[in-house]
Design a protein around this ligand. Sequence first.
Ligand code: MGD
Ligand code: MGD
Ligand code: MO
Length: 594
Amino acid sequence: MNTACGLDCYDACKIIVEEGENKLKGDSEHPAGNGALCALLNKQMPESERIEKPRVDGVEVSMDEAMSAVAEAFKEKTSLLWRGSGNFAVMQEVTNLFMEKIDGKLTHGSLCDAAGDAGIAMGRGLNRSLPLEQIKEAETVVIWGRNVTVTNAHMMPFLEGKNIVVIDPVKTAIAKKADYHLQIQPRTDYYIAIMLSRFVFMEDGQNDEWLEAFAPEHEDYYDFTREHRIKPILEYCGTDLGQMGHVLNYMRDKKVVFLVGAGVQKYSTGHATLHAIDSLAATLGLFGKEGCGVHYLSSSKLGFEDPFEVKCKTVSKVTTNFSEFDTVLVQGGNPAASMPDSNRVNRELDEVENLIYFGLYENETSKKAKIIIPAKNFFEKEDLRLSYGHQYIEKMHKVFDSDIGISEYDFTQKLFEHFGFEGLEAEQNYIDKWLSQCSQKEGQYCSPAHESIPYEEGFGEEGDDEFEFIEDYDDDFINTKRFTKVRTSKKNKTEDERFWLLSPKSAKSLNTQFFRDNRVQMHSDTGFEEGKMVRVSSEHGEYEFVVHLNDDLRHNCVVITNNTLGVNYLTPSIVSEEGDNACYQEVKVTVHRI
Ligand SMILES: Nc1nc2c(c(=O)[nH]1)N[C@H]1C(S)=C(S)[C@@H](COP(=O)(O)OP(=O)(O)OC[C@H]3O[C@@H](n4cnc5c(=O)[nH]c(N)nc54)[C@H](O)[C@@H]3O)O[C@H]1N2
Ligand SMILES: Nc1nc2c(c(=O)[nH]1)N[C@H]1C(S)=C(S)[C@@H](COP(=O)(O)OP(=O)(O)OC[C@H]3O[C@@H](n4cnc5c(=O)[nH]c(N)nc54)[C@H](O)[C@@H]3O)O[C@H]1N2
Ligand SMILES: [Mo]
């Protein structure tokens, strides 16, 4: 029996389920897998505590009683559905159909990739997925703010034998193996992309033929790059002409792919970063060609007609004012820990009269909920998996039986029954609606938006528009006092010095599912000691962590992975300028000895 992994990750692996001890196996035939499964699936990390019984006001009840309580709660005046990404399969969204019936609200924006996505839309019109097959054909792969070995392990076989350049403030595992690592200051990627473009034009390395055909405004773009002053900017980025020259050597006259990750865009200006990286790619003529392109988290639903699209009003996913609602359903998420500004979020959640948690595990959010509905995990229900990392679509099957929990479809159906609503179709109809829109290639289902070489004819909805270069950049932050204390010298380190807070993903967890950490990683030159407790504070809040020394960081950065208890007490409740995305790294922190 086969299924696919429902965890929110680039890889979206196919899984073969066998009888016996080690039941789960990867599929070596699958184009996006190499027969191996990641540690998360192999171990099914025991640390997360599965919720087995429904609860209302702390008392265990039957599922029927719990669902009656849910229905009662939804009879209140105002309701919100806040959905996380604990399960990435399509049937999660069937609950939209109920929210529409009761005139409830949903959310817009994202905790994840929407700033970058907005920047891509500005240049290319649509965020199409660059197929894995094109990555395989590349000569140089620039891994830009993506921690592939941790978050995208099944990309590794596609990188073999290529020039690898890594642009990351941290010397990650892939940076150690790379041909070149540009260890920049955080939040400077926009400038790096603009500077590289400028140098390409300066040495007449731009792809004139492609630019004339697909991006005729290139001269204006060259002028725009020239408005940027080289010396102070390279200094600000923590690099120099020599290092930029090295990077260019790997790009000149080569088939180049940029693998861009979430790391470059957890900032208010995240859209500009992706737009600038795309503009660099356009300067080199990397779109619409074999072995070239920019691979970012793509819009997995592109090209589909979505049976769960509803007309509900929405509120921000990032700065949600939960207390405005009588009833809040949290489905497949852990906002109390995963949203920015935990102080604010917790205050807001505490004021909700009817907080319903619908999920698999006990966590910060389940602790606050009045009604707890255990979910079925992705092995226990039928579904369909799209992917933001590749074009393949997998059918998901119920491969394990369990008495625990309820599926999203059954949850919705129960509510339709309680309210006497009509119009919910059979579960299989919805799955078929998605599936029937897929194309089939060599026995694999593929996204209807899949093009083996995207943007070959052009850009935009119809595919016949020009590429639009970035033409302005309005950074509110760099010149305000918020960030003026950037210091690069090793001298004068004091306890009060502020650090950039980087919060990437961890190998042992999937966001806040599975293993939870308690550490802050710091460079040993900071004078802090391994194993000591420290209090880390920002203008938004503070929390205590255990120091773990890591000399792979820049001196002025700390890393607290996003599965760490308390990390989001430090992060700001702001949305990005475009895309309504969270800006987890738009913050500097102070570390105090205690
Ligand atoms: N094991 C595991 N895999 C996962 C997840 C998980 O929790 N665990 N989560 C999944 C999800 S939801 C997502 S969105 C993806 C995200 O996966 P990625 O795209 O890899 O994102 P991150 O892990 O957040 O960060 C990636 C890298 O960005 C670097 N970085 C930080 N700030 C900057 C910067 O300013 N500039 C540059 N150039 N680099 C910077 C970090 O050092 C890190 O190496 O991973 C998915 N895969
Ligand atoms: N500081 C910082 N914070 C971050 C990030 C960061 O980079 N830095 N990254 C952000 C990113 S990229 C993301 S995507 C978000 C993720 O944040 P969330 O979407 O809140 O994801 P999780 O915290 O993993 O919570 C997922 C929950 O879903 C439940 N679940 C799993 N499967 C199912 C299912 O099939 N059905 C139901 N009903 N429930 C299920 C589990 O109980 C689990 O606890 O976190 C964000 N938080
Ligand atoms: Mo994410």
